[in-house]
Design a protein around this ligand. Structure first.
Ligand code: PMP
Length: 955
């Protein structure tokens, strides 16, 4: 282990420098690196690290072992020439050791780079890279043998019982119970591992995040280049190599040991194989290593109480031990076996049971299946916030008449009888299968042997009053199997706790495979892109939370469509009620359309009291454009650069956001004129209103050649750019410019309206203007296709004079009831006020982040429409590159927040959550962004060329 030493090296520096000069002819400046047992120095030559020197007292020098180490390094460097290694450097006299002043010194070449441990967090790719190095080293060492190779060291998992027993007396405090418990379990596990004849070979035994060296890219992916610290090399079980690395990874992912183990093992298996015995015992070996580390490091930390590093390491390893102990061992073994291409359990338990033609447990009494095997259980908030919640039901529940007799399906032994639960064990040749029945009043007691068909109890508790009752049935490989597991481990659980349905005469349910992007790509045309590289499958959403198929929840910070919150019960009720009574088109007379139009009109000024109902934002803009043309008798339109207004053919002509339409300049229709976007941060004129107005005036003038401008289509707050608020006074004067040119001002509030900006219901109100036509959609239906266009009576009449308007489902009773329910909820739940309140807090906090993080260039917007403009962080406004923005969004997803980018360069994170978010959600979001940016900055400092130094002795 590479443990820095706080003191004790003082005074040795000179001695080290003298030995380097005398023994190796090198003039070097030593710096103590620390080790608890030997003195280790880094030697700088000409200001750069060039070598390390290890100085040991003669009693600690086993020359044969050191020769073995030197040979092993030579062997490894030949087998893996690309891997940088600390090769022993012969001295002037050709030997590897130099003795002077009571110490034996050896010098090793410097391995340039950073340890994986320097990372603020380990990405999955980094853990896989660690595993690959372990696999490579392990394969290379398979062919190494040397008489000096030690057969055991204290850190060797094979020696766990001895090492831990030796230190146990000194292990105290809160850590002791875990170590004692682990030791208890290990006795049996290690003897079973020893009996299984695990392959042995030379093993580095310390391939941890501290000893695998390399470089990082800015997204945090680690690229290993070398390996150091061969001090623990030993001949032991081959599987120890990967166990050590896996344990180190688990230490940094303590909440989910199997999630840390998986990529390490996957990487390892790319280079090394594992036989079945190794698969079966790897988890035990990891536990053995974890116990050694927790015990020995606790003792070391106590011995050097001022050494913060040792204290930190001891805490980390104590936590890792607890977390490893908390994992169900049969699950871990099954997961490892599956990763290695084996079945999770060597025996098909269900098939083995059914071969015996079991007597039905309950049949034919089953009334209904209460919850199917492997169905998802509701999780509470705390559990749902975990990256992999335990939400998978491992058994099934059936509803039967109260007091239904329950019989033993096969000859069994009662091994767990309580007031309402009974576990039966069936011995089937080489395996024992356990059946847990819940909701039973057992009439057998522990230890009873019961023949097949014998009644073991009746359904329902003694005080049960109803006519039917629920009985839980679960099969498993041991008597204390958990009731719930993680969806991620579904395939393993399917073997360990198979579907018990055939025991009560029902059909087994095949496990549900996870939904993938590939499945979507089968027939969904690719232009309909999807968020995220490996997206979760979302199965439900409530309020501001979206839940995936594992039961995990994510804070939805991007969805301004679900404005009043996902799946709002009042919307659902209104929709269901109306759907079940009447849903027809707007040409019939029904109450809902009139009531909805009245309610919309209440939110609008006197000039905008005529309402057209539509289905989408695109349709709203399309209709508005047609209305403006009919009213003005003109055709041309002016739009702001970098905006988006919808996908329909005519509307798309107005769109110039490069992310949606990269070639807009060459495709621009002759009737469209583009004015500079009043964007104070990235716009061409900063906050100079007059120049933006001049550009608008030019655009209107350009339309003159074609009969003049009909409409100026714009967002009052620039939603497509992430909520940029135009410089003060712009919109007011812009309306004058357009109206003087004879055009109508057409405000697109599809994104920014509906109380979202907090201080006003409509964004235009905050800009001191009243448009001639207003469009809304998205929030209006809270996800249901509802939108509308509002205008003056004159404009509406001009439309009626020129054409009818009818869009079949628009304004249907169902849409109108939903639209009204949305307005009711907005009002009754004070959501506009909430937008102002939480939005104000977010603005404050995001500005703090902007001060703290160089990657935040600007924060836009207000209320709950905001944007975080990410920049390269070099002091300029250069937008952060797309790969980095993508990596940030992916990392935020990992941390449970959904955010997506927008803007001219796709570098602005849109912050537009459902309006029902609470202060605590905003805090969570800010802390996540803070964390991701902090991590990124840390990775950026780590990233850089870690080229190995040239051989300084030849220079
Ligand atoms: N206008 C704006 C400002 C928009 O952002 C969008 C869609 N993002 C639309 C119109 C089109 O709305 P829809 O997707 O409902 O057709």
């Amino acid at each position: 282990m590479n443990i820095p030493q706080p003191d004790g090296a003082h005074g040795m520096d000179d001695h080290c420098a003298r030995i380097a000069a005398a023994g190796w002819g090198v003039c070097a400046r030593p710096t103590a690196m620390g080790s608890l047992q030997d003195q280790v120095f880094r030697l700088d030559v000409d200001g750069a690290p060039a070598a390390t020197m290890k100085m040991s007292t003669p009693d600690r020098v086993d020359e044969l072992a050191l020769t073995a180490e030197a040979e092993l390094l030579r062997h490894l460097s030949r087998a893996r020439p690309a891997l940088r290694l600390p090769l022993l450097i012969p001295g002037l006299d050709g030997t590897l050791f130099h003795r002077s002043g009571g110490v034996t010194a050896r010098m090793m070449s410097w391995v340039d780079g950073l340890p994986l441990a320097a990372a603020p967090y380990f990405t999955i790719d980094s853990l896989r890279a660690l595993g690959r190095v372990v696999g490579e080293v392990s394969t290379a060492l398979a062919t190494f043998a040397h008489p000096g190779l030690r057969n055991t060291v204290e850190w060797d998992p094979r020696a766990a019982l001895e090492t831990v027993s030796d230190t146990l007396a000194e292990v105290g405090g809160t850590h002791r119970p875990s170590v004692v418990r682990a030791l208890d379990i290990l006795g049996d596990l290690i003897s079973r591992a020893s009996a299984s004849d695990l392959p042995r070979q030379a093993v580095h035994l310390d391939l941890t995040d501290h000893n695998v060296i390399g470089g990082f890219d800015p997204s945090g992916v680690f690229h290993p280049t070398g390996v150091i610290d061969f001090g623990d090399v030993v001949r032991t079980w081959r599987v120890c190599e990967v166990a050590v690395a896996a344990h180190a990874a688990i230490g940094r992912h303590p909440d989910d040991p199997l999630a840390a183990l998986t990529p390490v093992l996957e990487g390892y298996l790319e280079h090394q194989t594992m036989n079945e015995a190794e698969c079966d015992h790897l988890w035990s070996v990891i536990l053995a290593r974890a116990t050694i580390c927790a015990a020995v490091e606790h003792v070391d930390a106590q011995r050097f109480p001022d050494n913060e590093y040792l204290t930190m390491l001891a805490e980390l390893d104590a936590a890792a031990l607890d977390d490893i102990l908390a994992v169900d061992r049969s699950l871990a073994r099954g997961a490892i076996r599956r990763l290695c291409g084996l079945t999770a359990h060597p025996v098909d338990l269900l098939a083995r049971l059914l071969e015996q033609r079991p007597t039905p447990l309950l049949a034919p009494e089953v009334v209904t299946v209460g919850s199917a095997w492997q169905s998802l259980a509701e999780t509470d908030d705390d559990t749902a916030d975990s990256a992999a919640p335990k939400a998978l039901r491992l058994g099934t529940r059936v509803v039967v008449p109260h007091r239904t007799p329950i019989v033993a399906p096969l000859d069994a032994e009662a091994v767990g009888a309580s007031e309402t639960t009974l576990t039966l064990a069936f011995s089937l040749d080489d395996v024992t299968v356990y059946l847990r029945i819940e909701g039973i009043v057992p009439n057998v007691t522990n230890g009873d042997r019961v023949p097949r068909g014998h009644e073991v109890g009746v359904a329902g508790g003694a005080d049960h009053a109803g006519v039917s009752t629920e009985v839980g049935v679960q099969l498993g490989t041991h008597s204390s199997m958990p009731k719930r597991g993680k969806v991620r481990d579904r395939d393993v659980w399917a073997e360990l706790c198979p579907d018990p349905s055939p025991l009560f005469g029902a059909h087994a349910t095949p496990p549900r495979p996870r939904m993938t992007l590939a499945q979507r790509h089968r027939h969904v045309a690719p232009a309909q892109g999807a968020y995220y590289r490996t997206p979760p499958e979302f199965t439900r959403a409530r309020g501001q939370w979206m839940y995936d198929d594992t039961g995990r929840r994510y804070l939805d910070m991007v969805n301004n469509v679900a404005a009043i919150g996902h799946s709002h019960p009042r919307v659902t009720a209104a929709a269901a009620d109306q759907m079940s009574q009447l849903n027809t088109n707007s040409r019939f007379l029904y109450r809902a359309i009139a009531e909805y139009a009245d309610r919309i009109a209440e939110t609008l000024p006197a000039r905008l009291q005529s309402i057209f109902l539509v289905n989408s934002g695109s349709e709203a803009v399309e209709l508005a454009l047609q209305m403006a043309r009919r009213y003005t008798g003109r055709r041309d339109a002016v739009a702001l650069e970098n905006s988006y207004h919808g996908w329909t053919t005519e509307v798309f002509e107005l769109c110039t956001l490069p992310g949606d339409r990269p070639n807009w300049r060459s495709e621009l229709a002759p009737w469209v004129h583009i004015a500079d976007s009043p964007d104070w941060y990235r716009g061409s004129h900063g906050t100079d209103v007059s120049r933006y107005l001049a550009s608008l005036s030019d655009a209107c003038a350009a339309a003159e050649d074609n009969g003049g401008v009909a409409a100026f289509v714009h967002e009052p707050i620039l939603g497509s750019l992430g909520g940029v608020i135009p410089p003060k006074g712009y919109l007011n004067e812009a309306y004058d410019v357009v109206r003087r040119a004879g055009g109508l001002c057409v405000a697109d509030e599809v994104q920014v309206g509906y109380g979202r900006t907090g201080d006003t219901f409509w964004a235009f109100e905050s800009q001191d203007v009243v448009p001639d036509i207003l469009m809304a959609a998205k929030a209006a239906g809270n996800g249901h296709p509802v939108g509308f266009v509002a205008c003056s009576a004159e404009i509406a009449e001009a439309m009626a004079a020129g054409s009818t308007y009818f869009s079949t489902p628009a304004g249907s009773p169902v849409s109108c009831r939903i639209g009204t329910a949305v307005l009711d909820v907005l009002r009754d739940e004070g959501l506009q006020h909430n937008a102002a309140d939480i939005g104000g807090y977010l603005s404050e906090q995001l500005s703090v982040l902007a001060d703290r993080h160089r990657h935040v260039g600007a924060v836009y917007g207000r209320g709950l429409y905001q944007g975080i403009d990410l920049v390269e962080g070099d002091g300029s406004t250069t937008p952060l590159n797309a790969t980095a923005v993508d990596a940030i969004c992916e990392r935020l997803l990992e941390l449970g927040c959904i955010v997506q980018p927008t803007g001219l360069h796709g570098n602005v994170l849109k912050v537009k959550p459902p309006l029902c978010i609470r202060r605590s959600d905003a805090e969570l979001f800010v802390s996540r962004i803070d964390r991701v940016l902090t991590e990124r900055e840390a990775f950026a400092t780590l990233a850089g060329p870690h080229t190995p130094s040239t051989d300084w002795r030849d220079a």
